[in-house]
Design a protein around this ligand. Structure first.
Ligand SMILES: [Zn+2]
Length: 313
């Protein structure tokens, strides 16, 4: 393997392992362990700059979610047992802390990348965030981590244009709700359609590049969509920072959905995105874990993604 010149930060926290929604829930702590295992097995882990995620502050979260919502989540946090926020999303006594670490990781990674301390960063965190709307938890998500990072980059680092990429198999309805019509943000996504959460195709705003893919679509359709729709829009927008909602559940081994991507598609798309970021945004990329429920495919795909981010051959 070649040594890396610029650093890739890998931001996570042990608190993210303590959030747990019950036996058999696919959004489980073992997801993060699966990524760690593959980082060791592949040898890629040694090239990453490991950083502990801080807690997000109310001020940071409140750029996206009203403070009343943050307060309601705090008040819902149980002393013991579990409370459900929606049919798929529950809190245990550690969930609030995990949520603050997940959002905090995205903010911290943004600081590291925007200051030039690292070239790019990956946040290996849970809960995920892209279904979280301004005032509503949904689909395993409580706070919208990528949205909080984008607003942080704009508010504190002077980023004029931020692009959010979302290749999770589920449409990022929360991120879309937060940024539709926002001139500072372009969102480009692919997702299985029709499929949960059944959004993204009904006259999206002009800053949304939403590309639905039918069940069964695989590498060819995905790569065509990226080349034909994402790349020209990204080149035209010329963002200062790229944030990725990195969900790996469009993988063919993932039982939660029916797209047919392979490990190599995650290598390929990361290479394409990195090239765009190098053309326009000084290579600045903050990638944040979303879905991915086949533990083996998640670990392997995340390592493909990280291998390209870190420039490890
Ligand atoms: Zn997903």
């Amino acid at each position: 393997m070649m040594p890396v010149v610029k650093k890739t930060a890998f931001t996570t926290h042990a608190d993210c392992l303590k959030h747990e929604m019950g036996a058999g829930h696919p959004e489980q702590p073992a997801r993060l362990t699966a990524i760690e295992d593959q980082l060791i097995a592949s040898g890629v882990g040694q090239f990453l700059d490991r950083r502990e995620a801080p807690l997000a502050t109310d001020e940071q979260i409140a750029r996206v979610h009203p403070i009343e919502y943050v307060q309601a989540i705090r008040e819902a946090s149980p002393q013991s047992g579990r409370v459900h926020l929606d049919p798929d999303t529950a809190m245990n006594p550690h969930t609030l802390q995990a949520c603050l670490r997940a959002a905090g990781a995205a903010v911290f990674a943004t600081d590291l990348v925007m200051s030039g301390e690292v070239a790019n960063a990956f946040c290996s965190v849970r809960p995920p965030g892209h279904h979280a709307c301004r005032t509503r938890p949904m689909g395993f998500c409580v706070f919208n981590n990528v949205a909080i990072a984008a607003r942080h980059a704009i508010a504190t680092h002077g980023a004029g244009r931020v692009v959010i990429i979302d290749f999770d198999v589920h449409q990022g309805n929360g991120t879309e709700e937060i940024f539709e019509g926002d001139e500072h943000v372009l969102m480009a996504s692919t997702f299985q359609h029709p499929f949960y959460p059944y959004s993204g195709t009904d006259s999206p705003a002009s800053n949304m590049v939403n590309i639905p893919l039918p069940a069964g679509a695989g590498s060819m359709q995905f790569r065509e969509a990226v080349a034909k729709y994402w790349i020209p829009a990204l080149d035209e927008f010329a963002a200062d920072l790229m944030i990725i909602s990195a969900g790996f559940d469009a993988h063919q081994e993932d039982d939660l959905a029916s797209l047919r991507l392979a490990d190599d598609d995650y290598r390929w798309v990361t290479q394409e995105l990195k090239a765009v970021a190098e053309r326009h945004g000084g290579g600045r990329i903050v990638s944040v874990l979303e879905g991915g429920y086949s533990l083996s495919a998640l670990g392997r795909s995340a390592v493909q993604h990280l291998r390209v981010l870190a420039g490890v051959n």
